[in-house]
Design a protein around this ligand. Structure first.
Ligand code: PFF
Ligand code: NA
Length: 448
């Protein structure tokens, strides 16, 4: 019933396509800015290494074992382990989380599409910091424009998922990802030459722990899940398409390292501009990238071309991620046999689209309207800081404690290897403990 990726590389490309997206280029820099920099980055990196990558392996191997949508893969491995069907809830929660993320994700991707248009028509040339801020603020007030680009992005995502992801994605990842990487490097060089690079570097890598609160630690942990597309079945769904023999651990480490590299380079490209412009603030929130980078492009040779290319590539990266937000639900609906792929995808995209309209209309991106509904903030908080970490926690417990060791070994394609035991130890003890402690501690912090 399922297609299979051609080889290990196709899986790496698809998983990287899912992982690398707005989370790296838009979200990582602004939440780093909001949470004081260095210490936040360090905690984030520790979470990637001790929770993200190990749990990603666990999630992929459930998908490989079940070879179906996350809901049915969970059902399969649960039955195989002789357990209660309640574990299937991991799959259900994932489908819901995917739609909730897609709601605001497609709105922000729409911002990027709008900036493609602005760049291509010369409206980003030689902007001052203040003018860039005004441009962005004005755009957020333009409901119609926001809705048009949100809808356009939703439609593009629908098209790929409806066609079936094994077909749609290979080329995107293979050709456009390297391009995105290259343009980020251009921005990085610009930051070194023209921006305040040393201030940016210090901000990102001086570990000032007094600046990091307990809720900041939860933001970092949650972002480790978000950025790796983890804890909601996206990577599980892709694992289901993975070929029979492929070394899971090496593959996943590659994806994790690429994703982390893109985030760090985005930070090193954005903050030099922020620190070189007195009007800009690292903690200014979701607009950070859209206000700082146009200023950099505006004063760069061939800046209009680079700006157009950059925002286009960001939109494409968001696109290949968005596909994996819809895919778990779509795959499940198709498996029920009640709907074909296109109508199933349409239904799911429509639900997410409505949520996005809510985000646009509540118009509270910059938190400056205290009476607003804060739909964007709520969706982001519920998914990144609650649903994905919980999903990851249960996946780690399931694979670490409840799956038969022989099955885990064979699906990892690992044979017996000392590194395997280290991984299993992390998945059993370290990752669940870290997630549980951070979630409980920040809850406690909020209540007391
Ligand atoms: N990992 C994506 C990013 O960093 O932009 C976002 C994402 C995609 C999260 C798919 C979750 C997911 F299932
Ligand atoms: Na990411």
């Amino acid at each position: 019933m399922h297609g299979v990726w051609g080889n290990r590389w196709t899986f790496i490309l698809a998983a990287t396509g899912s992982a690398v997206g707005l989370g790296n280029i838009w979200k990582f820099p602004y939440i780093t800015g909001e949470n004081g920099g260095g210490a936040f980055v360090l905690v984030y990196l520790v979470c990637i290494a001790l929770v993200g990558i190990p749990v990603m392996m666990a999630e992929v191997l459930i998908g490989r074992r079940g070879r179906m949508s996350p809901i049915n893969s969970m059902r399969y491995v649960t039955r195989e382990a002789g357990l209660h069907g309640a574990w299937t809830a991991i799959g259900w929660m994932g489908v819901v989380a995917g739609l909730m993320i897609m709601a605001f994700y497609s709105v922000v991707a729409g911002w990027a599409l709008n900036y493609v248009l602005l760049a291509a028509t010369g409206q980003l040339s030689s902007l001052s910091g203040a003018a860039a801020g005004e441009l962005f603020g004005g755009f957020l007030g333009d409901t119609n424009r926001l809705l048009v680009f949100h809808s356009l992005f939703s439609l593009l995502t629908f098209a790929v998922v409806a066609a079936g992801v094994t077909r749609g994605l290979g080329m995107v990842a293979r050709i456009l990802m390297p391009f995105l990487f290259a343009v980020l490097l251009v921005l990085l060089v610009y930051g070194v030459v023209e921006g305040n690079f040393s201030a940016a570097f210090g901000f990102l890598f001086d570990f000032k722990f007094d600046k990091l609160s307990m809720s900041g630690v939860l933001v970092a942990l949650g972002h480790a899940f978000f950025t790796l597309s983890l804890g909601m079945g996206a990577i599980m769904a892709y694992g289901a398409y993975m070929p029979e023999h492929a070394n899971v651990s090496r593959t996943i480490i590659t994806v994790g390292v690429l994703d982390t590299a893109v985030a760090l380079i985005a930070g090193l490209a954005i903050f030099p501009v922020v620190f070189a412009n007195p009007g800009m603030e690292p903690g200014s929130g979701p607009g950070l990238m859209f206000v700082s980078l146009p200023v950099a492009f505006g004063s760069m040779p061939a800046g209009e071309i680079f700006a157009t290319l950059f925002f286009l590539l960001v939109a494409v990266a968001a696109w290949s991620s968005a596909v994996s937000l819809i895919e778990p639900g779509a795959a499940w609906l198709v498996e029920t046999g009640k709907l074909k792929r296109a109508p199933a995808t349409f239904l799911l995209t429509l639900v997410a689209w409505c949520g996005g309209v809510g985000c646009v209309l509540s118009n509270n991106w910059l938190g400056d309207n205290p009476d607003g509904l804060h739909i964007f903030e709520s969706l982001d908080f519920l998914t990144s800081q609650i649903m994905l970490p919980l999903g990851g926690l249960f996946i780690a417990i399931f694979v670490g404690w409840l799956m038969r060791r022989a099955i885990v070994v064979s699906e990892m394609d690992a044979e017996e290897h000392p590194l395997f035991d280290i991984w299993l130890f992390i998945v059993r003890f370290v990752s669940p403990a870290l997630v549980a402690v951070v979630m409980i501690a920040s809850l406690y912090d909020k209540l007391v």
